[in-house]
Design a protein around this ligand. Structure first.
Ligand SMILES: Cc1cc2nc3c(=O)[nH]c(=O)nc-3n(C[C@H](O)[C@H](O)[C@H](O)COP(=O)(O)OP(=O)(O)OC[C@H]3O[C@@H](n4cnc5c(N)ncnc54)[C@H](O)[C@@H]3O)c2cc1C
Length: 381
């Protein structure tokens, strides 16, 4: 007989894990289906692991703030370490972007997110040296920082199991058809029926949506992370963003981790590290942080992964238009780690109560693309 569950979650990354936990905790029978042999092998395990409240769109600030607060309480709530370390995010902002950046600060402060606005001298006194040419000021988020996305995923899946959820690995979904108001999923020759489906398939969410005939405008975009060699005297640094070039770096133990989005990269599953992008990245790094010239690259420690982009760089969340038993939880456009904890709760409420009770996710619903009412998130890195 075909197995039947209340909810099938497609994707065992940090987002799928958070959704599975919250739904199982609420008493729903849940199966999470993950194609790989382990959880967190998609973007979750390949991210820069940053968490920050420094967004412009209020819904993104709210999702990050709620998630950061939860990650900070993992030891007390679940007896595990989420890896949350409030090393901060420092944005160095050029003159032409300063007014818009300060408008973002207002949004963040209105939502009680702590942000410090610094003049250039203050920033130079507190952080590693930078060339102030063309900069108007800086902002520092003292609760921003990093987490360990693998640990968070593992914790959520462990908790989900404790509440009776099933975690199926090596279980790629290959077909999806409507069934009795819900869905029947094909996992190869196997079948699973679910009253509802959560699409948490990361940069593959567009493909998964297509299997079900649900339009899901999510496309993959390759992103590189470069690593320097280790240095024992390396100080812990905030994730520092040169907003003029998009170059960012932070300390990763004794190394520096750094990167820069290539705006000309075509969407798609391009494979391998694009070493041609190293030079423009290093040029931007050395222009703003001249001491970068003394750093050595460790090619073998560097890696790449995929952002899951939407047209406006905001997630697609909530029930699909016209299909209330299909829940989108994708399209985080490079911010899924820092939104995941809150997304688990939002998705649970959406399925149990018909709408999110904590954060208003209406700006992230899929109908925004049809009616043209979407606003782009400007703080993407
Ligand atoms: C280089 C890089 C840096 C990043 N830095 C940050 C950062 O600093 N902060 C931040 O918040 N975010 C960051 N991100 C983005 C972040 O990694 C993602 O937003 C987040 O991991 C998304 O989680 P997810 O669970 O939705 O997706 P994923 O982790 O990709 O999980 C989706 C899962 O679905 C599975 N799957 C796909 N198709 C199927 C199928 N048909 N059947 C079954 N399973 C399927 C995949 O195997 C995968 O495990 C970064 C990403 C990259 C690549």
């Amino acid at each position: 007989m075909t197995e039947q569950v209340d909810v099938a979650v497609i994707g065992g990354g940090i987002v799928g894990a958070a959704c599975t936990f919250r739904l199982a905790e609420a008493g729903r029978s849940v199966t999470v289906l993950e194609r790989e042999q382990s959880p967190a092998m998609g973007s979750t395990g390949l991210s820069a692991a940053g968490v920050r409240v420094q967004f412009v769109e209020p819904v993104n600030v709210a999702l990050s703030l709620a998630s950061i607060r939860q990650y900070a309480r993992f030891p007390e709530l679940y007896g595990t370490d989420s890896g949350y370390r409030p090393v901060g995010y420092l944005f160095l902002v050029p003159d032409e972007a300063w007014d818009a950046h300060l408008a973002g600060v207002e949004v963040q402060r209105n939502l009680d997110a702590p942000i410090e606005v610094l003049d250039i001298d203050e920033a130079l006194a507190r952080f590693l040296p930078f060339d102030p040419a063309g900069l108007a000021g800086a902002t520092f988020g003292p609760i921003d920082g990093i987490v360990d996305p693998n640990s968070v995923t593992t914790t959520y899946l462990g908790l989900a199991r404790d509440h009776g959820a099933t975690v199926r690995l090596r279980s790629g979904v290959t077909g999806i058809a409507p069934h009795a108001g819900g869905w029947e999923l094909a996992i190869g020759d196997d079948r699973l029926r679910a009253g509802a489906v959560v699409n948490a398939a990361g940069c593959w969410a567009g493909e998964v949506g297509r299997l079900a005939g649900i339009d899901t405008p999510v496309t993959p975009a390759r992103r590189m992370i470069f690593l320097t060699g280790p240095r024992q005297d390396r100080p812990t640094t905030p994730l520092t963003v040169d907003a003029a070039s998009g170059l960012y770096y932070r300390s990763e133990g004794e190394r520096l981790l750094f990167g820069r989005s290539n705006p000309d990269e075509e969407p798609g599953f391009a494979t391998g590290i694009d070493w041609d992008w190293l030079e423009p990245t290093m040029e931007a790094a050395m222009a703003r942080f001249p001491w970068f010239a003394d750093e050595e690259l460790d090619q073998r420690a560097s890696w790449y992964g995929y952002y899951e982009m939407t047209p406006d760089h905001n997630a697609i969340l909530g029930a699909a238009s016209g299909s209330p038993t299909w829940i989108h939880a994708s399209g985080f456009s490079g911010h899924g780690v820092q939104h995941a904890a809150a997304v688990g709760e939002v998705v649970r409420d959406e399925l149990l109560h018909g709408r999110s009770r904590s954060i208003d996710i209406d700006p992230l619903r899929d109908d925004r693309f049809a009616d043209g009412h979407h606003r782009s998130e400007r703080h993407i890195i």
